[in-house]
Design a protein around this ligand. Sequence first.
Ligand SMILES: [Ca+2]
Length: 157
Amino acid sequence: MLNNCQARFDWCVMPYEKANHHPIAAFNGDTSDTIVRVTAKAGEIVMLDASASSDPDADALQFSWYVYAEAGTYTGIPIISNEANPVAQITIPEDAGGKQIHVILQVNDENEIVSLYDYRRIVIDVKQPMVREGDWVVTGVEAVGPLEAWWQLGLDR
Ligand SMILES: [Ca+2]
């Protein structure tokens, strides 16, 4: 917050090229501010790609990926590899089926005036694995089949 105020003050008293401006965090090439929705299977490794992030001042960028556990419904903390790199990987735990995992991408610039931040939220819906009985796919006591796939209908089609 203090950093933002400092940057706004600089905007008032300095020409554009001498003030710092916010970096733009991109996820899979998307530079909007929308929440990203991803569907994954339990046990899968999901690529997290912020390599298209940029800065209007051409400042160098620092990256941080972390799980926002309080926002999700999965109670554990999934492992993120290369969490300080533009491209990271999250391993979806085997017991996360049917749960939601929220990942935060934080990008900040390396600027001599002040460092500014941009964020993205990636919401991962983990598909519920199911038990196949004959031609029917069963989740808990509720039959929802027959289905072609082992994964619950409607989550990503
Ligand atoms: Ca900047």
